[in-house]
Design a protein around this ligand. Structure first.
Ligand code: NAP
Length: 246
């Protein structure tokens, strides 16, 4: 049954973002799907979302651009009426040891992952303040907390998201807006496809639950943080990593 609530998910054409959209649709939320690259699959995703009896909007744009984020928010409101939940999911990696990392590779990752989260949130928050309701869920990472050799740029951006989450949670709590982060461990998507079988095996030995996560593991956490069951939780980092970090 439709929940009459609208969720906007960034970077939702594939991977974790796509799974979040499908799970939220199944749960009855209307879904605005942000995608950057146009593919045939994006229309298929829209049809699949609508097959759950909810509405779907497709909003194209790059979260690295403040103006494009402004447009995506406007287009979502025009199509679906409002935004109750924002999931800042889009993210990139450009891995390499610091000794060899270019300034471009460092700033690009911070510009998309961290500044992109600001760009979307800055455009959504006035609407949420006005309606005195909102949920913001930022996708961080286990490496934003623990660090990881070869990922200084990515870890810095994901750690920045945690500081951003906590500060904003304090700013907007009085307006009934909850802001939380999810820190996934290693999840099976295109982002981790580059890992060799050997690397995957060695990662599994570091995970008490002995497997990498699935996009659905993360989508379930998003569902919880969007629901009334989490109405007394804000400024937190929910670790969904099979016990990797404890
Ligand atoms: P993915 O499969 O690589 O998908 C990333 C998505 O983000 C793609 O749809 C991509 O769109 C989109 N995107 C990238 N840059 C964008 C931009 N500038 N504007 C709009 N969309 C953009 O990654 P994933 O594994 O699903 O990761 C999703 C989130 O979880 C990321 O924030 C990632 O850092 C985080 N995370 C992932 C893991 C993991 O192990 N997979 C672990 C911890 C955290 P295009 O198709 O146009 O490239």
């Amino acid at each position: 049954m439709r929940k009459e609530q609208v969720v906007l998910v960034t970077g939702a054409a594939r991977g974790i973002g796509k799974e979040i959209c499908l799970n939220m649709a199944k749960e009855g939320y209307d879904v605005s799907v942000n995608y950057r690259t146009k593919t045939d699959e994006i229309e298929e995703l829209k049809s699949k979302i609508e097959s759950y009896g909810v509405k779907c909007a497709l909003v194209q744009g790059d979260i690295g651009s403040f103006e494009e984020c402004e447009n995506m928010v406007r287009e979502t409101v025009e199509a679906l009426g409002k935004i109750d939940i924002l999931v800042n999911n889009a993210g990139i990696t450009k891995d390499g040891l610091l000794m060899r990392m270019s300034k471009e590779d460092f700033t690009k990752v911070v510009d998309i992952n961290l500044v992109g989260t600001f760009n979307m949130t800055r455009n959504v928050i006035p609407l949420m303040v006005k309606q005195r309701y909102g949920r913001i869920i930022n996708i961080s990472s286990v490496v934003g907390v623990a660090g990881n050799a070869g990922q200084t740029n990515y870890s810095a951006s994901k750690a920045g998201i945690i500081g951003f989450t906590k500060s904003l949670a304090k700013e907007v709590a009085s307006r009934n807006i909850l802001v939380n982060a999810i820190a996934p461990g290693f999840v099976v998507t295109d982002m981790t496809k580059v890992l060799s079988d050997e690397q995957k095996e060695s990662i599994n030995t570091m995970i008490p639950l002995k497997r990498m996560g699935t996009p659905e593991d993360i989508a379930k956490a998003v569902k919880f943080l969007s629901s009334e069951d989490s109405s007394y939780i804000t400024g937190q980092v929910l670790h969904v990593d099979g016990g990797m970090l404890m």
